[in-house]
Design a protein around this ligand. Structure first.
Ligand SMILES: *Cc1c(COP(=O)(O)O)cnc(C)c1O
Length: 287
């Protein structure tokens, strides 16, 4: 299923205050395995099958694009799937659209407390899961690991070497690391964090030796999945003007940031700017 990607992925040019931006529409790849998750899952699921696993097990919050994408891709490849979902309190509530779709695709949902969820990357926790589900291929939260980074390198193609600035949204850092690894030294990669804090810069610095990148959290609207009336207004106006849908967790914040930087004169008409639309529209929640 990962072989027959409709190539090439369309790139749409838009213009704001005299600055041209090329938007690479990874959101058009698939309605659920959309955007960067397609690239993050590609080599992971191939490896899961090669190793003879019958199941993939992964982690996420209740609105996770990664959970939705994994449920869909696993089913398409004949693997069963388990989603460990953050928040025990959700167990007794009706499923939201992301989780009910995942369940309809055959994903077994296991709710755990926020406290337990914090241990998701610890060796003892993973060992216990492995004992419980011995035939499972375990994917970390957001799907970020070295095979995901390998897949995300393919987002940036040799035809895109003339871009000098590449912008992307950042959640766990796998996507930006792939872009950095695929870039050449004259290209700058700028990440717009969906989360508050500078820990992502430290995480990404551990994943790459290159230095042609930076991550800002200036446009995160206070934190993960937080929004503001200005952000929602921006997303509505942007979609109406350019006919490109955005969502409120990642791509909306990124383009909101890019437009503010253009207005402040920090991005220039002389720059060749490529913006990665990383999809995630299954989680769009804007009236
Ligand atoms: C998951 C996701 C991201 C973040 O990707 P990371 O590799 O975790 O940094 C960005 N945009 C969208 C739409 C996503 O779903």
């Amino acid at each position: 299923m990962f072989d027959n990607l409709a190539q090439p992925i369309p790139t749409q040019r838009i213009r704001y205050l005299g600055v041209n931006i090329s938007i690479k529409r990874l959101d058009l790849i698939h309605p659920y395995i959309s955007g960067n998750k397609f690239f993050k899952l590609k080599y992971n699921l191939a490896t899961a099958l090669q190793q003879g696993n019958q199941q993939v097990l992964t982690f996420g919050g209740a609105y996770s694009n990664h959970i939705a994408a994994t449920a869909f891709a696993a089913q398409a490849m004949g693997l069963s799937s388990i989603g460990i979902i953050r928040g025990l309190e959700l167990q007794d509530q009706p499923l939201n659209p992301t989780l009910s779709m995942a369940q309809d695709l055959g994903m077994q949902l296991k709710f755990i407390s926020r406290e337990d969820y914090r241990h998701k990357n610890q060796p003892e926790f993973l060992q216990a899961l492995h004992t419980q589900y011995p035939h499972s291929y375990i994917l970390p939260e957001g799907g970020t690991n070295s095979l995901a980074i390998q897949g995300c390198r393919e987002i940036l193609t040799p035809q895109e070497q003339h871009f000098d600035l590449i912008c992307c949204a950042v959640g766990t850092g796998g996507t930006i690391t792939g872009l950095i690894e695929a870039s050449h030294a004259q290209q700058q990669i700028l990440g717009f964090s969906a989360l508050k804090g500078d820990f992502l810069s430290h995480d990404v610095a551990k994943l790459t030796h290159k230095r042609n990148w930076s991550i800002t959290d200036e446009f995160c609207c206070g934190g993960y999945a937080k929004t503001s009336p200005e952000l929602i207004q921006f997303i509505l106006e942007f979609s109406a003007q350019y006919h490109i849908p955005l969502e409120q967790v990642y791509t909306g914040k990124m383009l909101y940031g890019i437009f503010q930087m253009i207005a402040r004169g920090e991005l220039l008409a002389s720059q060749n700017i490529l913006v990665i639309h990383s999809g995630g529209l299954q989680g769009r929640n804007i009236a």
